[in-house]
Design a protein around this ligand. Structure first.
Ligand code: UGA
Length: 434
């Protein structure tokens, strides 16, 4: 099939590369000349394991083409994915100006019957707005579809190639058939394509992210309470996760959720719910709990040092909002860094992928170390912020020997508290003892 993906951000690139991988002819269009120039040379604007090889292979095979010429990319497409950014505007609602600009172009330039798919996360009612923007100029029939994306950064290719399910909102048989054909190679293991009406598909995306964010805030608050009552959140997590109605995934407490999705989508859903007169108080609480949680690591460090952080050197292991990404958007590390610096501490950080992006944001306000042990060298405490695999099994003897004081504050519960104490560390984690 001839596919056009407009927008080469995270979602657009993954969709384009994966659809090319299954033999479609894909054009990825973006107005950003610099980005497109880079992509033509297989230079990706984001870090995602495996994506570079996909782009390189499919570009070499001629199935994946990058261009800034949006009108000509639209002209001959059978399916057009709109995957441009929807940044939150001041009041937290998604700003649709890029989406609607693409819609306008589709109306003006589409030259064959086409399915128009909203792939960016967009509020309920957006497909209708897109259709309204296409209609006045359209010279060919078009069919709307909403096909929310559920991929996770760091595991995006796997999530796309082997999805738990594909959700597709359609209103015509034509769109349904096209989308079924397009996704057939990805659901051969028997996973479902769930067809539904368009508003339900749009809502499903927000409901999924909001539910996951709710689980995290819930577990973070349970963890904080565990500390007060002498319970161990690891055991509580296993205890409740084995209930098949609850399930074991996404119950890990930590320094608060970050990234480009949960914070933005929770805000947008709160806003929609208020606008539509069905306010979701539960989500407001999820947001508040997350804001509070982003201060937990700083509180723990402060407690260890009796409030005296001036002149202390603190090592951070991890900066990205989660492992396997260089994404710093809404990362709890940024909140922690600001608090540490304000308290007069110096910060030296290590991250396998996100140091470059951190430097771009905050420059040399902190030091950057080539290795995790170099970061810990001479530090008064080491703080685990991100759950990178390489931090899971450190050489504790070496860590202890390079630290000035054997203090470890573990924001991801990577280590065993009993073991850490027997090794002579002052150890703090989330929801397990102190
Ligand atoms: C999230 C969803 O998981 C995807 O399904 C969705 O497609 C995506 O948003 C999106 O809307 O585009 P992502 O933001 O890449 O994906 O990252 P997650 O792996 O979901 O992690 C989000 C945050 O929750 C991270 O800060 C992570 O550290 C935190 N988290 C996750 C926890 O604190 N505890 C957990 O148990 C799981």
């Amino acid at each position: 099939m001839k596919i056009t993906v407009v927008g080469t951000g995270y979602v657009g690139l993954v969709v384009g590369a994966c659809l090319a991988e299954t033999g479609n002819d894909v054009i990825c269009a973006d107005v950003d000349q610099g980005k497109v120039d880079g992509l033509k040379k297989n230079v990706l604007p984001i870090y995602e394991p495996g994506l570079e090889e996909y782009v390189e292979r499919n570009q070499a095979a001629g199935r994946l083409v990058f261009t800034t010429d949006v009108p000509s990319a639209i002209r001959d497409a059978e399916v057009i994915f709109i995957a441009v950014g929807t940044p939150p505007d001041e009041d937290g609602s998604a700003d649709l100006k890029h989406v609607l600009a693409v819609a306008d172009s589709i109306g003006k330039h589409a030259a064959r019957e086409v399915v128009v798919v909203t792939k960016s996360t967009v509020p309920v009612g957006t497909a209708e707005k897109v259709a309204a923007a296409i209609r006045p100029h359209a010279t060919v029939p078009f069919h709307m579809s909403s096909n929310p994306e559920f991929l996770k950064e760091g595991a995006a290719l796997d999530d796309f190639m082997k999805p738990d399910r594909v959700v597709v909102g359609v209103e015509t048989e034509f769109a349904r058939e096209r989308m079924a054909e397009l996704y057939a190679p990805f659901v051969r293991t028997g996973k479902p394509i769930i067809f539904m009406d368009i508003p339900s598909a749009e809502m499903t995306k927000y409901a999924a992210n909001a539910m996951l964010a709710t689980r995290i805030s819930f577990m973070n608050e349970i963890a904080n309470l565990c500390e007060k009552v002498g319970a161990n959140v690891d055991l509580v997590r296993k205890g409740i996760g084995s209930d098949s109605r609850i399930g074991p995934a996404f119950l890990f407490p930590g320094p608060g959720y970050g990234g480009s999705c949960f914070p933005k989508d929770v805000k947008a859903l709160v806003r929609t719910s208020e606008e539509r007169g069905a306010p979701m108080g539960v989500l407001k609480a999820v947001e508040d709990a997350n804001e509070k949680q982003k201060h937990r690591l700083f509180q723990k460090i402060t407690e260890v040092f009796g409030g005296q952080l001036k002149g202390r050197r603190i090592a951070l292991w991890g900066l990205a909002f989660k492992a396997n990404t260089d994404d710093m958007r809404e990362s709890p590390a940024l909140v922690l860094i600001e608090e540490l610096l304000t308290a007069g501490a110096t910060v030296v950080a290590h991250d396998p992928a996100a140091m470059h992006e951190t430097r771009r944001r905050i420059g040399d306000a902190i030091g950057y170390a080539k290795t995790s042990y170099e970061a810990a060298q001479g530090a008064d405490a080491m703080v685990v912020v991100t759950d990178w695999n390489e931090y899971r099994f450190p050489d504790f003897a070496r860590l202890k020997s390079v630290l000035k004081q054997p203090v470890v504050v573990d924001g991801r519960n990577l280590y065993d508290p009993t073991k850490m104490e027997s090794l002579g560390f002052t150890y703090r984690s989330i929801g397990r003892g102190r």
